[in-house]
Design a protein around this ligand. Structure first.
Ligand code: FES
Ligand SMILES: [Fe+2]
Length: 439
């Protein structure tokens, strides 16, 4: 355990010390203090709709099973057999009545209770199958907000609603965008792995200076493609991909004008930057009009306009979720090791919206976050370079002072007036809080 002085020094107000990204001991402490205690996003209701449905996923470095119980409640169970620690379940998802270990066939009920032990007669009297120590370990708290499921292994701490704070607005907006008020995770997911620390993802997602440089090649290609949206683009995707690539090429002045918000719990979000093309909020075509009509039928004209007009990008729930309500998708951060991270991207189908709206969300995810993405691959390359640079030990402390003097208070949040590094400072404050021995 680090002392409070050490924590405050590592996450200094002007920037994090490099060892927060390279020291395996600090990573281990983060898994304990943050990923086993704060609210960690686990999955969505629609992944486990029925009794016995489960997904195998991770909470920090711990493998877990998210399981729908017969009474429709949820459990988050350790995926390690209590006999000899074997990984219990090896499939990604499914439906079952019990979990049976592949090694010696100990059988566990959906709530993790040990129910069957072959050859139980040969155990001594001290062995009690009802012993709670033999049950699969359950996360102490599982809560969901409108279908978004989070877990914490700590018995105490803020409730999920308080933890999310204003980030509930992003989840509400995603739900509100569905004419039927229901969303379903669909279409599989993308998974990418980068050689770099987990913190680099959220630090980059609301960084409004990097796109013009890091994504320059795709901006240039999109601009060089002749004829704006050509008949061929029109046929393929109505120019969506080209528009996405070109959008990172705003001028510095325009990036400066995009608002950034940092919330006390470490969360942050930025204003939208698709100002033209198919993805701009005010865009219209046949599919969007059919969708808008369905939304207006549910919410009325005024509220529908407000819902569609909420123009925010990368709503970052610290430490591991990124909600892009406007494009019906999320990204989830999975730390693997101090210098290794997996990012997964998922899409939602809005119930009651035309199929084309879902296809656009899938296309958006493919363009932005697939392993073949012409945008995210740039970011991953940079994460690798940051990590490699920090691992040389030549830099003691990263600098995150940009905008520190001009950020303004807005209630209990901070708001930028420039391309501020405010989200980084927000995240480092949350890091200090959870890493502190007193929290
Ligand atoms: S390790 Fe699971 S039953 Fe033996
Ligand atoms: Fe980027």
């Amino acid at each position: 355990m680090l002392t409070i002085d050490e924590i405050n020094n590592i996450a200094g107000v002007d920037g994090m010390q490099a060892r927060a990204y390279t020291d395996p001991d600090i990573f281990e402490l983060e898994m304990d203090q943050i990923f086993r205690r704060a609210w960690i996003f686990i999955g969505h209701d629609s992944q486990v709709p029925n009794s016995g449905d489960f997904i195998r996923t991770r909470m920090g470095v711990d493998e877990i099973l998210l399981v729908r119980q017969p009474d429709s409640s949820l459990r988050v169970l350790s995926n390690n057999c209590t006999h000899r620690g074997t990984r219990l379940c090896a499939v990604a998802q499914g439906n079952t009545k019990s979990f049976v270990c592949p090694y010696h066939a100990w059988g566990f009920a959906l709530d993790g209770v040990l129910k069957a032990v072959p050859d139980i007669e040969s155990y001594p009297g001290s062995f009690d199958i009802k012993d709670k120590a033999l049950h699969l370990i359950s996360a102490a708290r599982v809560e969901s907000y409108r279908g978004f499921i989070f877990a914490s292994k700590a018995t105490a701490g803020p409730n999920l609603y308080d933890f999310l704070g204003r980030m509930t607005e992003a989840i509400d907006n995603l739900l509100d965008r569905s004419p039927d008020g229901e969303i379903v995770m669909e279409g599989g997911h993308f998974s990418v792995r980068y050689h770099g620390n987990w913190k680099l993802h959220h630090e980059n997602a609301n960084d409004t200076v990097h796109p013009g440089y890091v994504h320059e090649s795709s901006v240039t290609s999109a601009r060089q493609a002749e004829g704006g949206v050509t008949p061929q683009d029109e046929l393929v995707d109505r120019g969506q991909t080209k528009g996405m690539m070109a959008s990172n090429g705003l001028t510095a002045k325009d990036w400066n004008a995009i608002e950034l918000n940092g919330l006390p719990q470490g969360h942050s979000f930025m204003g939208g930057f698709y100002k033209s093309g198919l993805l701009a909020p005010q865009q219209s075509d046949a599919a969007i009009e059919t969708y808008r009509e369905a939304l207006e039928a549910s919410h009325g004209k005024e509220k529908a306009a407000k819902i569609l007009g909420m123009d925010r990008f990368n709503n970052l729930v610290w430490p591991n979720l990124n909600v892009n309500a406007q494009f019906h998708q999320i990204r989830v951060v999975y730390p693997v090791a101090v210098n290794e991270t997996i990012i997964k991207g998922y899409c939602f189908r809005l119930k009651g919206a035309p199929d084309e709206i879902f296809y656009r969300a899938v296309r958006f995810l493919g363009t932005l976050v697939s392993p073949a993405s012409m945008i995210f691959s740039d970011d991953l390359e940079i994460f690798g370079r940051v990590q490699a640079g920090l691992e040389t030990g030549s830099l003691d402390r990263l600098d995150s002072r940009r905008g520190i003097k001009t950020d303004q208070k807005n209630g209990n949040a901070l708001q930028s007036t420039t391309s501020s590094e405010l989200p980084l400072r927000t995240q480092s404050k949350a890091w200090r809080h959870w890493m502190s021995p007193d929290t």
